[in-house]
Design a protein around this ligand. Sequence first.
Ligand SMILES: NC(=O)c1ccc[n+]([C@@H]2O[C@H](COP(=O)([O-])OP(=O)(O)OC[C@H]3O[C@@H](n4cnc5c(N)ncnc54)[C@H](O)[C@@H]3O)[C@@H](O)[C@H]2O)c1
Length: 257
Amino acid sequence: MDKRFEGKVIVITGGAGGIGRAAAVRFASEGARLVLVDLAAAVLEESLAQVERAGGEAVTVVADVTRLGEVERYAAAAVERFGGIDGFFNNAGILGAVSPLVDYPEEAFDRVLAVNVKAVWLGLKVVGPAIMARGGGAIVNIASVAGLRGSPNLAGYVASKHAVVGLTRVAAREFIARGVRVNAVCPAPIETSMVEGLESGLNPDDPALMRARMSANIPMGRYGRPEEVAALVAFLMSAEASYVNGAAYTIDGGALA
Ligand SMILES: NC(=O)c1ccc[n+]([C@@H]2O[C@H](COP(=O)([O-])OP(=O)(O)OC[C@H]3O[C@@H](n4cnc5c(N)ncnc54)[C@H](O)[C@@H]3O)[C@@H](O)[C@H]2O)c1
């Protein structure tokens, strides 16, 4: 494996989750030191163990990314432990409710917007300047194919992921003058616990049927793997993507083709 991130410090939110953990292992194997942030303390420790098994170094911070004070705390932990931040994978997210738009619960809508939109903005607001203070770097926000098209029964999630694409475009235009590229990735269903929640939310009696149907709508005939998303995120974070800014990259087996 190339060492594209030797000497670099990368912060990952949602570091206990499927995609966040795969990204952590990928960045560690390419030489980065990591700050892994999540609400789920015990599962976060398992991510740390996997990073260490890959020969990497990481610190964990248990934090709720929807709160400004906690975002400031995880950013400060990165600076304190490793001296600064070079890269940021703004990845924590939730699915929210699975329900027709007219029945969608108000509190679920508020929560999904808080985690998937407000927290992404807070991360950009706090970590962006920290990366600028290092002289530049890169940020990858995670949107979804749901950030580029509508999906029935996912009003909150779809609205939130469209907003992530919008925030990415604003930050890309504002931050580039200070040397920070900002891009988004837009995955189709990826093999994590989130997609299992989607399958059982859409069809509690037969989630396997939903899996078969959703897979059939993807030209490659399958969901993606977290490692495949991690590879794209690593490319966008690396110097190889030096002219890529403000993009929303699909990684979807051709689903939106
Ligand atoms: N799995 C998919 O099919 C898929 C597809 C497209 C986009 N995504 C996006 O990828 C990202 C990662 O999802 P995943 O599939 O790895 O799911 P996951 O549920 O495995 O991971 C999400 C992580 O975010 C953490 N999190 C949630 N709310 C938080 C909060 N307030 N503060 C701190 N951490 C919090 C969770 O504890 C969890 O560890 C999400 O933003 C998701 O929307 C996932």
